[in-house]
Design a protein around this ligand. Structure first.
Ligand code: F6P
Length: 547
């Protein structure tokens, strides 16, 4: 079979390079003036979300060119393969079936769907048992708090969902421990009572150092508080695909919920990995969360390319990465509950698309996944937005804006919305040196001083940004939002020719970490390491001995 053409080998690529060249100096404001329907036509609605992509360095011609590129790269076929359960994760010879986790029917994958349905039933049982106060601990007290112990995909998704949906929480407290730094566990346990705390060990592999270390420490915390070994089943659940390892740790099969190799960690919040969320918000709302994602799946699967929100966002990511050299992408949720969204998206996008070879192992001659960063508005306005407005780097931005608040504080929320819209518009329009000079003159400065300061107040504008809005953050819109970014990541990956579902790049660090831990524990290693690492190990040993 002929090797698939890489993005830069497609006929549409060089055409887009030429178009990008002309757009580099374009004024987005002028694009609005020249095209009266731009604001109307460069918007899309799907699954309770709205995307306004009109404030981009994009003309109708460039958009058509990008859609042509998607066609040439056979993206639509890849989308079919994703939903059909083809082994699209080719380096691990597996499908990537996160969409089946939120499906309402089997889509021809009966055996797997039965597993999903059975797992949902288990999640529902545990969620209801905890919310009804039927689960008791070693002292006979009702379990009031759950602690999710996991890391990466076994932490970031559940933590984000739980925080974002806090207005929907019931009575069970929900906590998250991820870091192997003992302070993470210690700080969390400080506010908890061992008799009424249940741990959910979330680890697909049940081999992850941080999760196992924290789980052992949690077990010791219970034993030190008076629990005995035979009580531990009252305090531990596991979500894993490695039942023998969970059993060896002491978690009986009846307390284990399944995970499968056909779900990637960063795509797993829809599975039993999301159990802590299902407990926090209750089962019915967790089902709404799945339904929101399903609505986005249906939109993605069923829409023509030009009407597909994830596909357009993927094209825009490629547009700025490959044609404008933007090495980063900033995500700005104007909602305090969504402040973990950038963290979640970092793993989703950077573990998926931080790769330098194509799915068939060829070195890629172009840049791939950008650095994703961001934080909740308005905090960033008083720190890094300076760079967004006047820095020399291009930072394409996504604003995420719920139009209403759960707080009931409409007046204050209006301020938040005003800030968000102002930032989006300011990035686009900027301020010319002459406008800056006039502003200074109006403030009463003399001609000379106004001319001296004008370059410092001038802003180039034309800094592209998308606006994603929703009525409010609720289980459905949040499900749709996360699924939107999953599919956007997939589209970008396939345009770049990447397999987004493996993560071989994390392996070597783990291996060297094991070697260094052995050396720090006094074992002889297989040989000397580099002089810098040897010296740092000596320094740690000296400091630890002084303790
Ligand atoms: O080290 C990376 C990684 O494998 C992620 O892909 C994954 O989400 C995380 O570790 C946790 O893995 P596990 O669920 O197997 O503990």
């Amino acid at each position: 079979m002929a090797a698939r053409a890489l993005l830069s080998e497609l006929p549409g690529y060089s055409k887009l390079q030429a178009l990008a060249e002309t757009l580099r100096a374009a004024s987005i404001d002028r694009l609005f003036a020249e095209d009266p329907h731009r604001a109307r036509d460069f918007t899309l609605a799907a699954a309770g979300l709205k995307l306004d992509y009109s404030k981009h360095l994009l003309t109708r011609e460039a958009l058509a060119g990008l859609l042509e590129l998607a066609r040439e790269s056979r993206l639509q076929t890849d989308i079919e393969s994703l939903f059909d359960g083809a082994h699209i994760n080719n380096t691990e010879d597996r499908p990537a079936l996160h969409t089946l986790l939120r499906a309402s029917s089997s889509h021809g994958m009966d055996a797997r769907f039965e597993q999903v349905v059975a797992s949902r039933a288990l999640m529902q049982q545990w969620s209801e048992r905890l919310n009804d106060g039927r689960q008791t601990g070693f002292s006979g007290a009702t379990i009031t708090d759950v602690v999710n112990i996991g890391i990466g995909g076994s932490d970031l998704g559940p933590r984000l969902v739980s925080e974002a949906l806090r207005p929907f929480h019931g009575n069970v407290g929900c906590h998250y421990v991820a870091n192997v730094d003992p302070a993470d566990l210690q700080d969390t346990l400080l506010e908890l009572d061992p008799g009424s705390t249940l741990f959910i060990v979330c680890s697909k592999s049940f081999r992850t150092e941080e999760t196992l270390t924290n789980s052992v420490a949690a077990r010791n915390w219970l034993l030190n508080a008076g629990a005995v070994e035979s009580d531990l089943h009252k305090h531990f659940l596991a979500v894993t695909s490695n039942l023998p390892a969970a059993a060896e740790f002491g978690i009986p099969a009846a307390n284990c919920l399944p995970m499968w190799d056909w779900v990637g960690g960063r795509y797993s919040v829809w599975s039993a990995i999301g159990l802590s969320c299902a407990i926090a918000i209750g089962w019915a709302r967790f089902e709404d969360f799945l339904a929101g994602a399903r609505a986005m799946d249906e939109h993605f699967h069923g829409s023509p390319p030009e009407a597909s929100m994830p596909l357009l966002l993927g094209l825009l990511e490629v547009w700025y990465s490959n044609f404008f050299d933007a090495g980063n992408h900033v995500v700005l949720p104007y909602d305090n509950g969504l402040q973990r969204l950038p963290d979640f998206l970092q793993q989703l996008t950077m573990e998926s698309n931080g790769k330098g070879v194509s799915a068939d192992g060829r070195a890629l001659p172009y840049t791939t996944g950008p650095v994703l960063w961001g934080s909740a508005g308005t905090m960033g306005q008083h720190s890094f937005h300076q760079l967004l407005h006047q820095g020399t780097r291009l930072c394409p931005a996504d604003f995420v804006l719920p139009l209403t608040t759960h707080t009931g504080m409409q007046e204050q929320h209006r301020r938040l919305v005003a800030n968000c819209l102002a930032q989006s518009r300011t990035l686009m329009v900027g301020r010319s040196p002459e406008a800056a000079r006039q502003t200074l003159l109006q403030r009463g400065l003399g001609e000379a001083e106004a001319s001296r300061l004008a370059p410092h107040l001038a802003m180039s504008g034309n800094r592209p940004n998308s606006m994603i809005t929703m009525d409010c953050v609720n289980p459905r819109t949040l499900g749709a939002l996360l699924a939107l970014y999953e599919h956007r990541t997939f589209c970008s990956a396939r345009l770049w020719g990447i397999n987004p579902f493996d993560q071989w790049g994390v392996e070597l660090g783990k291996e060297i970490g094991t070697e260094i831990l052995a050396r720090l524990s006094g074992e002889a290693g297989s040989g000397a390491m580099d002089p810098s690492t040897e010296r740092l190990m000596r320094e740690w040993r000296d400091a630890a001995c002084d303790d």
